[in-house]
Design a protein around this ligand. Structure first.
Ligand code: UDP
Ligand code: MG
Length: 324
């Protein structure tokens, strides 16, 4: 596409059962974009210069109705409906591959990340950043469990991989078109987008902010989805778990050898060895470790299998709005 045909900014938000927050989301994002257009001067103004891409990730409530109505009312809004629930990262990928902007704001629909930070992000990008990512200082309205697991997760992934994945960031960020095109060229299915963007490199700059509570509804990330997300992140960015079997093997071998020495000494001294309990303990430990490592291998193998099927990452059912 010609550079001048591009909207200056695309806002991309995945939505799963977000009918309660969408009106306020559209109102606040719209206001921010209006203000930016007003300060950008006449050549950037006009409804063609920004777009809001909303992706309905197989919602079961009125999300699609709200979106399609917004797209009919507001030329900036593009509503995309996926065939079914594909999950946050793939819904986001669908939106990213449809958007056309020169700069792309990735944001959750629940307004936990304030769209009002966009002007500051734009300034940082004017100063030469390729990516401006939001880094959370506070997380309001989230349970101790959510905050604790999130903090532990970002520290764990930091230790397991060489890629500099910044701590306490979400997908909330402003991305330059060049970076986005590189991201979209990555074919992997199990996507951990914040890690993939970090992997691309370029000039990545943090903008510290306080994360708010959800405006309405509840988290669409139950424990099960959170675990899947963490496994995708770890297996996508580290082979340390695969190597762990070697470390564990060495430790088990050392323990086994110590037992062996102990039993020989005991035999010479005529000590009555309490055999059964320790034997069962050793077998249990070994069997446990073996199953654990089989699970690790299975996790990576499963991902290889999924990838080798080469199925599309997402399937679109409808697109309304814009000129599409
Ligand atoms: N989301 C989605 N598909 C899903 C789960 C979530 O598109 O299967 C969207 C959701 O609508 C929201 C964003 O992803 O815009 C982040 O989800 P949520 O706010 O529930 O996660 P949390 O902030 O609790 O981690
Ligand atoms: Mg949220």
């Amino acid at each position: 596409m010609n550079k001048t045909d591009r909207p200056a900014i695309s806002v991309v938000a995945p939505c799963f059962n977000e009918e309660g927050v969408l009106p306020e989301f559209l109102q606040r994002v719209g206001a921010v974009l209006d203000r930016l257009a007003a300060t950008a001067g006449p050549e950037a103004a006009g409804s063609g210069s920004t777009e809001i891409v909303l992706v309905d990730d197989g919602s079961t409530d009125g999300t699609w109705r709200v979106m399609a109505e917004a797209a009919a009312r507001d030329r900036r809004v593009v509503a995309v409906r996926l065939m079914r629930n594909h999950g946050h990262q793939l819904a986001l990928t669908a939106g990213l591959s449809i958007c056309r902007g020169a700069r792309i704001l990735i944001i959750d629909a629940d307004l936990q990340d304030p769209p009002e930070l966009l002007p500051d992000m734009m300034t940082l990008m004017d100063e030469g950043a390729d990516v401006v990512y939001g880094q959370r200082r506070l997380r309001e309205g989230e349970s101790l469990f959510k905050r604790g697991t999130a903090a532990a997760f970002y520290r764990l992934i930091g230790r397991l991989t060489d890629v500099e994945i910044p701590c306490d960031t979400g997908d909330f960020r402003l991305v330059d078109r060049r970076i986005l095109d590189l991201l979209l060229a990555m074919p992997e299915r199990h996507r951990f987008i914040r890690g993939m963007v970090a992997w691309i490199g370029g000039r990545q700059v943090a903008l510290v902010y306080d994360r708010k509570a959800r405006v309405a509804g509840e988290s669409k990330y139950p424990l099960k989805k959170m675990m899947g997300f963490a496994v995708d992140a770890i297996t996508g960015f580290s082979v340390v778990p695969l190597m762990a079997s070697m470390t564990i093997g060495w430790i088990m071998a050392a323990v086994g050898f110590a037992f062996f020495l102990y039993s020989i000494v005991g035999w010479f001294l005529g000590v009555n060895l309490p055999g059964w309990t320790s034997l069962m303990a050793a077998i249990g430990l070994l069997a446990g470790m073996q199953f654990l490592m089989l699970g690790v291998i299975g996790a990576y193998l499963g991902r290889l299998y999924d990838q080798s099927k080469g199925r599309p990452l997402f399937m679109i059912r409808d697109i309304v709005g814009g000129d599409r």
